[in-house]
Design a binder for this molecule. Sequence first.
Ligand code: C2G
Length: 141
Amino acid sequence: MKRVITYGTFDLLHYGHINLLRTAKQKGDYLIVGLSTDEFNLLQKGKTSYFSYEKRKQLLEAIRYVDLVIPEESWEQKITDMKKYNVDIFVIGDDWSGKFDYLTTESGVEVVYLPRTPEVSTTQIKADLTMFNQNNVSKDF
Ligand code: C2G
């Protein structure tokens, strides 16, 4: 049983997230997702998600590729998570390329950086929706 783990906020779930989760699952038999809590997002990542942790967890748990969702509360927890969940492979998008190589030396897990899906991001979705609403509001007057 090859166990894979990844981490993220996964807000406004989109096909870029699904592509990553599908490919991550294909690398093993069991996929764990470390889902950033609302506090971790605010205090460590400087961002607030549209959906709360509970709602984002509910969405992730509905995805066929995801076997377990755990809270991501700190940058440091990855080392203990690798041991606690008996992880073989750590997977994340290549926007993080090189940032988690230490997991191989410290925990002996394989680290895989996957190419991001182009053109889609939660930030872009929010920007497009803001533009759309501004254009439509102005037409109403
Ligand atoms: N992703 C992707 N393609 C996109 C958008 C996102 O492959 N178009 C991937 C990211 O590379 C990441 C995952 O989907 O692996 C989740 O994306 P985010 O929620 O933006 O994750 P991030 O904020 O980068 O958090 O400790 C690690 C962090 O929690 C990662």
